[in-house]
Design a protein around this ligand. Structure first.
Ligand SMILES: NC(=O)c1ccc[n+]([C@@H]2O[C@H](COP(=O)([O-])OP(=O)(O)OC[C@H]3O[C@@H](n4cnc5c(N)ncnc54)[C@H](OP(=O)(O)O)[C@@H]3O)[C@@H](O)[C@H]2O)c1
Length: 280
C-alpha cells in the first residue's frame, strides 16, 4: 500500500488509519527524516524517474496531489507510474462537488486527473472532501490575538470535514473490496457559515470571536506574504464561490458517509472543543 502525500495534513491521518488496521504502508516523501510507523521512501511527483522504487510491488495507492500550479502533471506522473508497475486500485483525493465549480483552478485540476485515471484503465475510487476543520489551526493568531475568524467562507455554508474522517474513509476504501468506481463525499454533519464557525470558537474559548467578513481583497492582502500569488488568486475564486453558493452536502451524502465509516462523521463543535483548551 503506497500513500502519496502521506506526510501532510490528510496523509498522516491516512497512514494512521491504515496502520491502526494492521496494513503495511509505504509513504513517498521528498524529505526523508524522522518519520515512524511506516516505510518511508524518497520520491517526487516532479521527477518521474524517482517513482519506480516507490511504486515497486505496490498494488494499492492513495493519491493526494499537492496544491501546485502543475498539479495535473504531478497527478498524471503518479498515474503513469501506477500503470507501469501494475497497480490494481487507486484511491484519489479530489474536492467535494468539484464538477460544479470547474472555474476554481484547484477543483479543475482534480477533474482533469480523474479524467486521466478513467483513461488509464486502473480501477479507482474518488474521495471528495469538503473544507477541512484543520484549516482553522492556521487561524490561531487572528482568533486568539484579535478575536477574528479570518476565513472568508461566507454566509451560505459549507459541510466542513475533519481530516481524521478522510483518513478513516481512505482506510475503508483501500482495505475493503467493492469501492472501485465510487465517489464518496467526505463531509461533516453540519452546514457551517463563517458566523457559525466564529460563534463556535467564541463559545469554546470563552471570549468574543467575530466573523472577519466577506471582503476578498482584504483577505488577499492579509495572506499575500504567506502564499504565492497564483494560490491567493485560486483561493479567492474558491471563497467567492463559497460566498455565493456554499459547499453543502445533501442528507444522502451524509448518510452514505455514515454508512462507509460505520458511525457519524465528526462534528466541528467537537473538533473545536478538543483544540480550544490548548489555545486558551
Ligand atoms: N484544505 C482543504 O480544506 C481541502 C479541502 C478539500 C481538498 N483539499 C485538497 O487536499 C490536498 C492537500 O492536502 P493536505 O492539506 O493534506 O496537503 P499538505 O498538508 O500540504 O501536504 C502535502 C503533501 O504532498 C506531498 N508532496 C508535495 N509535493 C510533492 C511532490 N512533488 N511529490 C510528492 N509528494 C509531494 C508532501 O510530501 P513531502 O513534503 O513529505 O514530500 C505532503 O505529504 C490538495 O489537493 C487540496 O486541493 C484541501
Amino acid at each position: 500500500m503506497l500513500v502519496i502525500g502521506g506526510t501532510g495534513t490528510v496523509g498522516t491521518e491516512v497512514v494512521r488509519a491504515l496502520t491502526d488496521k494492521g496494513a503495511k504502508v509505504r509513504v513517498m516523501t521528498r524529505r526523508l527524516g524522522a518519520h515512524s510507523g511506516a516505510e518511508y521512501v524518497a520520491g517526487s511527483l516532479e521527477s518521474p524517474e524517482t517513482l519506480g522504487s516507490a511504486f515497486d510491488r505496490v498494488s494499492k495507492v492513495y493519491l493526494l496531489t499537492p496544491l501546485a500550479e502543475n498539479e495535473v502533471e504531478l497527478g498524471m506522473n503518479a498515474v503513469r507510474a501506477a500503470q507501469e508497475s501494475g497497480v490494481r486500485h487507486i484511491v484519489f483525493q479530489s474536492v467535494h462537488q468539484a464538477a460544479d465549480a470547474p472555474q476554481i483552478p484547484h477543483f479543475k485540476t482534480k477533474l482533469e486527473i480523474i479524467e486521466g485515471l478513467r483513461s488509464s484503465g486502473i480501477p479507482y475510487t474518488v474521495l471528495s472532501p469538503n473544507n477541512f476543520f484543520q484549516n482553522d489551526l492556521g487561524l490561531q493568531e487572528p482568533i486568539t490575538g484579535y478575536g477574528v475568524y479570518a476565513a472568508p467562507i461566507g454566509g451560505v455554508g459549507c459541510s466542513r470535514v475533519d481530516v481524521r474522517d478522510i483518513g478513516d474513509a481512505a482506510a475503508v476504501t483501500l482495505l475493503e473490496e467493492g469501492h472501485e468506481g465510487r465517489d464518496y463525499a467526505l463531509v461533516g454533519p453540519d452546514i457551517l457559515t463563517g458566523e457559525d464557525c466564529a460563534a463556535i470558537w467564541a463559545r469554546h474559548l470563552g471570549r468574543e470571536v467575530a466573523y472577519g467578513g466577506d471582503d476578498l481583497d482584504a483577505w488577499a492582502e492579509a495572506v499575500s506574504s504567506m502564499m504565492p500569488e497564483w494560490l491567493v488568486r485560486d483561493l479567492c475564486v474558491m471563497f467567492a464561490y463559497f460566498q455565493e453558493h456554499g459547499l453543502k452536502a445533501s442528507l444522502e451524502e451524509v448518510a452514505e458517509l455514515t454508512q462507509l465509516l460505520g458511525r457519524s462523521p465528526r462534528s466541528f463543535d467537537d473538533f473545536v472543543a478538543e483544540i480550544a483548551p490548548g489555545w486558551s
